[in-house]
Design a protein around this ligand. Structure first.
Ligand SMILES: Cc1cc2nc3c(=O)[nH]c(=O)nc-3n(C[C@H](O)[C@H](O)[C@H](O)COP(=O)(O)OP(=O)(O)OC[C@H]3O[C@@H](n4cnc5c(N)ncnc54)[C@H](O)[C@@H]3O)c2cc1C
Length: 331
């Protein structure tokens, strides 16, 4: 069977490798100049909540069946990665609420690319591609960031092409199309290169007071452990104020961020940055796109897993990438 996979990030590469194991020769198209997508830029912790009830409580608007699939199948997915030769650099997540593995992203990308066969670079999915097609283009963080005036903290090519392709085919989209997983970063003029996406994240929002640009305090009563709720709250610009400086503030200062001494404390000018979108194409537990025969979607092209909260995009990409490959191969 001629299968086209759009996107050589975590989901697309996993699906390509699994399809080859099952005797198929997928064609892998990658829009960017390199494989790996946002996985390559990530901290590469592939995780799930330890407690099922906690997953549900933290992502209350998500599709329960998809959540259950990821929660139950992540262990198999990690064992499969290790069967390919992936060696974790951490055997746990160092977070008491979650379990998983951390990999070195460049090594993992190289391993998956080698096992996936040829990846065609600078080769976006043609809009008239014939099914079967697996959409694994990484959601629409670029588009959402532009529309909302936010920063982009993702690969530069994930711009909603998979979503548009699916919708043109009659696909349904999910709830949460305005939600994203992101981080609070130093606002411009701070210079943020891809290598700074992790070290420059201003991850001390739980201790900070938060002010708007016109100095209204908007500190929420509670902030989640992952601080993704703060990224949703603050929008294009805000100030984090803490009583004393810390390493992340000094890193922001070195990158050229605006940092003032105010009456309330050290004030850092920050902005929300989009890593990936939460809404997307509606899929079932075999990663088949609802309303669009012959289309599958995996990774964060599939929407509605973490709606209302935050869960591992890499776990979603791994489990749905495998599910899509197995579903396509079973005909
Ligand atoms: C700094 C950072 C840290 C992160 N840390 C973590 C973490 O520790 N744990 C975690 O779970 N998640 C993390 N993430 C998120 C995680 O990387 C993503 O959720 C995950 O990579 C999504 O996988 P994907 O396959 O859906 O998309 P991606 O890995 O982004 O791959 C999508 C690919 O599709 C390509 N593409 C786009 N359009 C087209 C087109 N038209 N045709 C062909 N190809 C196309 C893109 O170029 C890209 O290569 C992090 C992300 C970043 C940026």
């Amino acid at each position: 069977m001629k299968v086209t996979i759009a996107g050589a990030g975590m989901a697309g590469l996993v699906a390509a490798v699994r399809l080859r194991e099952l005797g198929h020769e997928p064609r892998v198209l990658e829009k960017g100049t390199r494989p790996g997508g946002s996985m390559l830029l990530s901290s590469c912790v592939v995780w799930r909540h330890i407690e099922w009830a906690r997953f549900r409580a933290e992502c209350p608007g998500g599709d329960e069946q998809l959540q259950r699939l990821i929660w139950e199948r992540l262990g198999d997915g990690l064992r499969w990665l290790e069967s390919l030769g992936a060696e974790p650099v951490w055997l746990d997540t160092e977070n008491p609420l979650t379990t998983g593995r951390r990999y070195e992203p460049r090594t993992l990308t190289r391993l998956l690319v080698e096992a996936a066969g040829e990846v065609e670079l600078e080769a976006p999915l043609p809009t008239d591609a014939e099914p079967p097609v697996l959409l694994a283009t990484g959601g629409f963080p670029g588009r959402l960031a532009r529309e909302r005036g936010l920063l982009l903290r993702a690969n530069p090519w994930s711009d909603g092409d998979g979503l548009d392709f699916g919708v043109a085919f009659g696909a349904a989209s999910t709830a949460g199309m305005d939600e994203f997983y992101g981080r609070v970063m130093p606002a411009p003029p701070a210079r943020i290169r891809e290598a700074d996406f992790v070290p420059l994240a201003q991850l001390y929002g739980r201790e900070a007071r938060v002010f708007t640009d016109d100095w209204r305090e908007i500190t929420p009563p509670q902030v989640a452990w992952h601080e993704n709720d703060l990224a949703q709250l603050i929008g294009p610009r805000a100030w984090y104020v803490v009583t004393e400086t810390n390493e992340r503030i000094e890193a922001a200062r070195a990158a050229g961020a605006t940092i003032d001494q105010r009456e309330e404390g050290v004030a850092v000018h920050v902005a929300a940055a989009v890593t990936h979108t939460i809404g997307g194409l509606q899929v079932d537990t075999r990663a088949r796109v609802a309303g669009a025969d012959g289309l599958w979607a995996a990774g964060v092209d599939a929407g509605g897993v973490a709606t209302g909260g935050y869960a591992s995009g890499l776990a979603q990409a791994l489990v749905l990438g495998l599910a899509a490959a197995e579903s396509i191969a079973s005909g």
